[in-house]
Design a protein around this ligand. Structure first.
Ligand SMILES: Cc1cc2nc3c(=O)[nH]c(=O)nc-3n(C[C@H](O)[C@H](O)[C@H](O)COP(=O)(O)O)c2cc1C
Ligand SMILES: [Fe+2]
Ligand SMILES: [Fe+2]
Length: 403
C-alpha cells in the first residue's frame, strides 16, 4: 500500500494490522485494526504519532515514499500509549527531529517509557498554536479521552482534525476512508470501539462535542489513529452524532441476559427470564459468558437498557467467565441500566446475591430480588424467573417512558 493523500501535502503513512484479534489485550477486534500516523509537508515537516513497534518498518517505508525520514523536523505525540508511540525511540533516532511536541502529562509518560536523554521535548498547552509555514496547528487537550496525556491536533487552514483515539474504529483494510463503507457496518464498528474503550469517559465526550461547537471548529477531515478516515461533511456529522448518542447512553428497549452455567440449570433459568421479558414486549439477547469474549457483551449493551446476570455457584463464587465479564463491564462504567440476577446452586448458592451486589455497585437500578434455583430449576423456580423477566421489562419500559 502506498501512502494516502488526505489533502495537499497531508498524508496517511500508518500501518494496517489485518490479523489483530485482541486489541490492547482486552477487546476483541474481529476486523483487525490500523495504527494511523500522518505526515504533513510544509516549511517544517511534521509527523503526527507513530505506530505499534511491530509495524515500524511499514511506517518508515511509507514516509520514505514522500520524503527522506531525516527531513522530518517535528514529531507530535498526541498520546503516549504504545500503539502510537511504540516505535518513537526508533523514529527519534532515525529522524533526529528538531522538536518533539506533547502535552505536559505526555512528557511525563514519555520520559517514563523511553530513554529520552537529549530528546528535544517541547510541551504544549491546551489551545496552544504552532506555525509550521503555510499552516498553523492548534493543540487541544483531551485529558482522559482516553488517557491523562491525550490531546488532538487541528490543522486550521486545512480543517483537518488528527483525533488520535477519538472517532476511531477497529477496521483493518486497504480502503482508508469511511465513505467506502455502508452506514450500518460503520455504526456497528463505532459502537464496538466506543463501548469497549471510550465509554467510561462519556461525560468528557459530551463536553468535547460542546467545546468543538463553542470554538466553532469545522472539519473537512477527521483523521483518527485507528481505522478509517472521515472526509465528507455527512460522515463527520454522522460520527459526531453517533458519539453523542453513545455518550448519552439513553436506555433502549432491549435486555441482555448474560449467564454462565455448568450443567445447564442456570441456562434454563435464562431462557425463562427471556420468556418473561418478551411477554411484556421487551426483546432480549442471551449471552453465554464462556462462549463469548467479554467485550462482545458491550455491543449488545449499546442497544439495550437492561442487564440481567446469571451464574451458578462454584466454591462459593460465581463462575469465572462471569466474574471476568462483570469486571469488564464494571470498568467501562455503563449508565442508565436496570437489572437483576439469578442462578442455580447445590448448597450455599452465593452467586446471585453477589451478582446483584456487583450490579448495585455499578449503579444499575435493581428491578427484582435475585432468583435462586435449588439444582432444578423446577416449575416454581421457572415461574419465578418468568416473573423476574417481567419485572425487569416493566422497569425498563418505565425508565424509557420517563425520558
Ligand atoms: C466444583 C463444584 C463446586 C461447587 N460449589 C458450590 C458451592 O460452593 N455452593 C453451591 O451452592 N453449589 C456449588 N456447586 C453446585 C452447583 O452450583 C450446582 O450443581 C448447580 O445446580 C449448577 O448449576 P448449572 O448447571 O447452572 O451450572 C458446585 C458444583 C461443582 C461442580
Ligand atoms: Fe490509547
Ligand atoms: Fe490507540
Amino acid at each position: 500500500m502506498k501512502p494516502v493523500t488526505l489533502k495537499d501535502d497531508i498524508y496517511w503513512v500508518g500501518s494496517v494490522d489485518f490479523n489483530l484479534r485482541n486489541f490492547h489485550h482486552y477487546s476483541r477486534s474481529p476486523m483487525g485494526s490500523t495504527y494511523n500516523a500522518y505526515l504533513v509537508k510544509d516549511e517544517k515537516n511534521v509527523l503526527f504519532d507513530t505506530v505499534d513497534d511491530k509495524h515500524c518498518d511499514e511506517l518508515i517505508r511509507r514516509i520514505s515514499e514522500i520524503m527522506d525520514p531525516t527531513e522530518i523536523d517535528y514529531i507530535v505525540c498526541n498520546h503516549l500509549e504504545k500503539d502510537h508511540a511504540g516505535c518513537l525511540e526508533k523514529m527519534v533516532e532515525l529522524c533526529k527531529p528538531e522538536k518533539i511536541f506533547c502535552s505536559t502529562i505526555g512528557e511525563k509518560f514519555m520520559r517514563a517509557q523511553f530513554n529520552t536523554e537529549n530528546w528535544p521535548i517541547q510541551t504544549v498547552k491546551d489551545l496552544e498554536q504552532l506555525n509550521i509555514g503555510k499552516r498553523n496547528i492548534t493543540f487541544l487537550e483531551t485529558r482522559m479521552l482516553h488517557w491523562p496525556d491525550s490531546m488532538v491536533s487541528y490543522l486550521q487552514e486545512d480543517k483537518v482534525l488528527i483525533s488520535n483515539d477519538i472517532f476511531g474504529q477497529n477496521v483493518a483494510t486497504s480502503r482508508r476512508f469511511v465513505d467506502e463503507y455502508e452506514r450500518p457496518f460503520l455504526l456497528q464498528a463505532i459502537k464496538d470501539y466506543y463501548y469497549n474503550i471510550i465509554l467510561p469517559y462519556s461525560p468528557l465526550v459530551l463536553k468535547l462535542i460542546e467545546r468543538i461547537k463553542t470554538l466553532g471548529l469545522e472539519f473537512d477531515v477527521i483523521a483518527p489513529d485507528h481505522g478509517l478516515i472521515l472526509r465528507t461533511p455527512d460522515d463527520v456529522n454522522f460520527f459526531i452524532n453517533s458519539y453523542q448518542e453513545c455518550a448519552e447512553q439513553k436506555p433502549k428497549l432491549q435486555a441482555v441476559i448474560a449467564y454462565e452455567s455448568l450443567w445447564g440449570a442456570t441456562e434454563k433459568m435464562a431462557q425463562a427470564i427471556g420468556d418473561g421479558l418478551s411477554s411484556v414486549g421487551v426483546p432480549y439477547l442471551i449471552i453465554d459468558a464462556q462462549a463469548n469474549h467479554c467485550s462482545s457483551i458491550m455491543n449488545a449493551l449499546a442497544d439495550s437498557g437492561a442487564l440481567v446476570l446469571g451464574s451458578s455457584t462454584r466454591n462459593n463464587m460465581p463462575l469465572v467467565s462471569m466474574i471476568s465479564l462483570v469486571a469488564h463491564i464494571k470498568g467501562l462504567k455503563p449508565k442508565n441500566l436496570v437489572g437483576a440476577s439469578f442462578g442455580s446452586h447445590g448448597w450455599s448458592g452465593e452467586a446471585p446475591k453477589m451478582l446483584t451486589e456487583e450490579l448495585t455497585n455499578m449503579g444499575v437500578e435493581i428491578a427484582a430480588e435475585p432468583v435462586r434455583a435449588f439444582f432444578g430449576p423446577n416449575d416454581a423456580e421457572i415461574a419465578e424467573c418468568v416473573e423476574l423477566g417481567k419485572k425487569v421489562g416493566e422497569a425498563l419500559k418505565a425508565k424509557i417512558a420517563a425520558l
